[in-house]
Write a protein that binds this ligand. Structure first.
Ligand SMILES: *Cc1c(COP(=O)(O)O)cnc(C)c1O
Length: 386
């Protein structure tokens, strides 16, 4: 059962302003596809899709067929590309729902051809070839590309709509030599494919960091992930962008759209020398006022924030005391004199003038902003706000 005290708010205004920014920096003939895999990076796939429909997004990328089918169920008729693995027995469903399929090895190509033969509908299959350029994840090597160009059915029942690759080292560095090497490999492989098949309409390689760093290198489509949600791919990308475009422009560029809220369920006054929570890891050094909050690691609030993190109450930072529990956590409100039961708690986002960013939580929990938002439980209710 959903509750409404532990919830995620999504700002439609920030969603639009982030997309406006990307529309402004890339050229008009480049399509922005939005990446809404993993429950839209934890934000909520249905809510993000709803805002995307209103905005007029033209192309969607997801990881799984299940996610693609959610979008079709929401009556999205725009192209949807599954970037990830589809079990061979599900390929028919993918084709019947006109889902673009990523083909990354010869076996997948054979399986797609087989599935199409079994389809009851006459649907053409649109595939995107994933090319291996140096990340060593999914993808065809150059030698395999030379092989598959001869394997494509001649009746054009399978259409190579796109070719793409993914950078290994673009957000984690300010030295983009490796990315440029990958780009060179990508171009070489495209030439091999186009020599046999003519122009491939959609070529794409840019994730958020690449769009931000090299807005002109977008080919015909970009894949906007983390920065759609108003988050920077990394500190390196942020700093490189400031050097290139100036702080003023960059600080206004992206706005996080998520705000994760909970509530103060109980406040207790405890004396000096008392312990708080499992393992008695925290002991008060003074008379303290402790607030109990009904959010815990089962909701996606990382247990590594125990004794390290902060939440916002009445616009002020309250430190997490003791261990984060499965469904509860305790914070110190001794210095927030007007804190009351029923007060709104902000775990991630803004409250009055104060902010807790995904990067703050990432630093407390030894991870990256991507993981912080993606792990917010899908069971929490989402609400679109202005
Ligand atoms: C997740 C993903 C993206 C988006 O990357 P961001 O850094 O979030 O913009 C792009 N391409 C592929 C293949 C992905 O898996």
């Amino acid at each position: 059962m959903a509750n409404n005290y532990n919830r995620v708010e999504l700002s439609s205004k920030s969603f639009s302003s982030n997309l406006d920014f990307f529309n402004e920096i890339i050229s008009d003939d480049v399509v922005i596809s939005i990446v809404i895999k993993s429950n839209a990076y934890g934000h909520g796939i249905r809510e993000i899709a709803e805002m995307a429909i209103r905005y007029g997004v033209e192309y969607y990328c997801v990881f799984s067929l299940e996610e693609a089918l959610i979008l079709r169920e929401m009556k999205i008729t725009e192209p949807i590309l599954v970037l990830g693995y589809i079990p061979p027995e599900k390929l028919i469903t993918a084709i019947e729902n006109d889902i673009r399929i990523t083909v990354y090895n010869i076996e997948t190509l054979r399986a797609v051809a087989l599935a199409q033969g079994k389809c009851t509908t006459e649907n053409l299959v649109h595939i995107h070839l994933k090319l291996e350029t140096g990340t060593n994840r999914f993808g065809f090597s150059k030698a395999q590309v030379q092989e598959i160009v001869h394997m494509m059915p001649t009746d054009e029942s399978i259409i190579i709509e796109g070719v793409f690759t993914h950078f290994a080292n673009i957000e984690d560095t300010t030295d983009h030599t490796y990315a440029m090497k990958q780009l060179g490999n990508f171009n070489e492989m495209i030439m091999i494919i186009e020599k046999y098949h003519g122009n491939i309409p959609i070529k794409h390689c840019a994730c958020s960091a690449a769009i931000l760093l090299f807005p002109d290198s977008g080919f015909s489509m970009v894949r906007l992930g983390i920065s759609l949600y108003g988050l920077w791919p990394s500190k390196e990308t942020y700093l490189s962008c400031i050097l290139r475009h100036g702080r003023e422009k960059i600080d206004k560029a992206l706005t996080p759209i998520i705000c994760w809220k909970s509530i103060v369920a109980q406040i207790k006054e405890i004396s000096k020398g008392e312990y708080i929570g499992y393992g008695c890891t925290y002991r008060t050094t003074r008379e303290s006022k402790i607030a109990v909050i009904p959010t815990g690691y089962s909701d996606g609030y990382d247990r590594l924030a125990s004794g390290r993190g902060y939440v916002l109450i009445r616009g002020e930072r309250a430190p997490v005391r003791g261990r984060v529990c499965m469904n509860l956590m305790m914070v110190d409100v001794s210095d927030i004199s007007d804190a009351h039961v029923g007060d709104e708690v902000v775990l991630l986002g803004k409250q009055k003038g104060e902010v807790i960013s995904a990067e703050d939580i990432a630093s407390w929990t030894e991870t990256i902003n991507y993981e912080v938002v993606t792990r917010i439980s899908r069971h929490l209710p989402r609400e679109i706000v202005i």
